[in-house]
Design a protein around this ligand. Structure first.
Ligand code: PHE
Length: 474
């Protein structure tokens, strides 16, 4: 190793950085949409059960692998006892996946930057027009904001673990929480907000079916930044004096709480401004909701707070989303950087510049693939639909590979490293872990039920996504 890899300054530093990674578009946008369409509190219930029973153990396993090996995912899957051989490929998948996810996440973040600029400059009326989203995604101005965004991201990453990632999270995460609370409080004071609360919090169990359950698990994985080596890498920056189970619990709770409050913001806002909202109209995609539907909601607030007031609310909202996206993006790109530093013995600086070049190389075609260039827009077709370059990345890496990497982590820990190795690592910094109920739960589930469920989700996703076949009645 050519230089100090870096370490978080404290447990709080880790929790904020990991929460910064976890809290992102998934919480602020995807979660409220899924919850509202799939039975409100009933969905929340299923989601929380998955976070506690499946995701939390996988988080512990990933962080323990990182701290034990002090390496990136490839280093972890090779240097931990029982690793190496084909497991190296599991590690490589956990490098490639975040890189590709960074590509599509970057594209969406640039759209958010453009929306934020429009809101800040008082153009909320333009944002709420139906054709705007299509215009923004095919606008050549994207290529003004893309380099700016990349410059900010890589500048932060150049600062390293403590002065870059952790410092960013220390500033943005509290700011994000405060903005979210202010917006929730504001929205709850509006007439009719209670209809939205009722819609969100009264459970409708009849909506829960196989595909909702599948969606809840994938969403929980994505939201907690699982299955892509992020927590392995962050675990490698976690001190051996600190308590993994406790810190991880704080991250999981913070992430779920922010998702929950995002729902408390968005649904009451929708109902307050249109008490007759037909819930079937709630946009089918989270992208549609944030970019088309919400600006209309913000604009309709002008009757209560005036046009400028509505622009301010929209600007605060898009700043919130931008902060969340930025801390997540930085965390995703840290993985391939850590890989190059550890495995190729590159200096951090060189690794950062190399990633900047690579990300630009992929983000440009992905940005162009939403209508600007035909070849990239109609890149391929499968599962009965034409897919753009952007769609392919999102389908393959976000929707399919994440639970699969989670599955590999479970199998690796349970059968290669062995549960005794994992327990030993989790006991470092947590004297109470050995013999605890948590240890017993991990011992029975991490090699059995959890990977089995992840395998079913993986198979089902592949069948529906690529072959348009619905298995298990999902
Ligand atoms: N967890 C983030 C979210 O909820 C997204 C993310 C995915 C971040 C993957 C890092 C890695 O939006």
């Amino acid at each position: 190793m050519v230089e100090d890899r870096g370490q978080f300054s404290s447990r709080l530093g880790f929790v904020l950085a990991a929460a910064g990674s976890a809290v992102g578009l998934g919480n602020l946008v995807a979660f409220p949409v899924m919850a509202s369409k799939n039975g409100g509190a009933a969905f929340l219930f299923v989601y929380i059960a998955f976070v506690a029973l499946i995701c939390y153990p996988v988080m512990l396993a990933e962080i323990a692998m990182g701290r034990r090996s002090q390496r990136n995912p490839v280093g972890a899957f090779t240097s931990i006892p029982g690793g190496g051989g084909i497991w190296r490929w599991a590690g490589k998948l956990a490098i490639l996946t975040p890189f590709m996810i960074a590509v599509f996440y970057t594209v969406i973040t640039v759209w958010i930057v453009m929306y934020l600029v429009y809101a800040l400059t008082g153009n909320l009326d333009y944002l709420s027009e139906p054709g705007t989203f299509g215009e923004v995604t095919t606008s050549t101005s994207l290529f003004v904001y893309l380099p700016l965004l990349l410059a900010v991201i890589f500048y932060i990453l150049l600062g390293g673990v403590r002065n870059g990632i952790e410092r960013l999270a220390r500033i943005l995460m509290p700011a994000l929480a405060v903005m979210l609370i202010l917006l929730v409080v504001f929205v709850l004071t509006l007439d009719n907000a209670s209809a939205g609360i009722a819609y969100y919090l009264v459970p409708d169990f009849s909506k829960i079916n196989g595909s909702v359950i599948n969606g809840a698990l994938s969403q929980a994985f994505f939201s907690l930044s699982l299955g892509m080596g992020i927590l392995i890498t962050y675990g490698s920056y976690f001190s051996r004096e600190d308590n993994i189970p406790q810190s991880t619990r704080m991250v999981a709770i913070a992430d779920t709480a922010i998702a929950f409050f995002a729902g408390m913001l968005i649904l009451p806002a929708i109902f307050a401004f249109d008490p007759n909202t037909n819930t079937d109209d709630l946009s089918t995609s989270s992208v549609g909701l944030i970019f088309s539907f919400l600006p209309q909601i913000f604009l309709s607030m002008q009757s209560a707070v005036g046009y400028t007031g509505a622009c301010v609310v929209a600007a605060v909202f898009f700043t919130l989303v931008f902060f969340a996206a930025l801390t997540s993006l930085v965390s995703i790109i840290e993985i391939p950087i850590a890989y190059m530093v550890d495995e190729w013995e590159m200096s951090r600086r060189r690794a950062v510049f190399t990633q900047a070049a690579l990300l630009t190389l992929f983000a440009v075609p992905a940005t162009l693939s939403l209508g600007l260039v035909d070849f990239l827009t109609s890149f391929t077709s499968y599962g009965g639909a034409v897919k753009s370059f952007f769609d392919v990345i999102s389908d393959v890496f976000y929707e399919t590979i994440l639970p699969f990497v989670g599955l590999l982590v479970c199998l690796f820990c349970a059968y290669r490293w062995k549960m005794s190795g994992l327990s030993e690592e989790l006991s470092v910094g947590d004297a109470a872990y050995a013999g605890s109920r948590l240890e017993k739960y991990l011992n029975v589930s991490l090699g059995t039920v959890i990977p089995l469920i992840l395998l079913l989700v993986f198979i089902n996703t592949v069948a529906t996504k690529y072959f348009a076949i619905s298995l298990f009645g999902f």
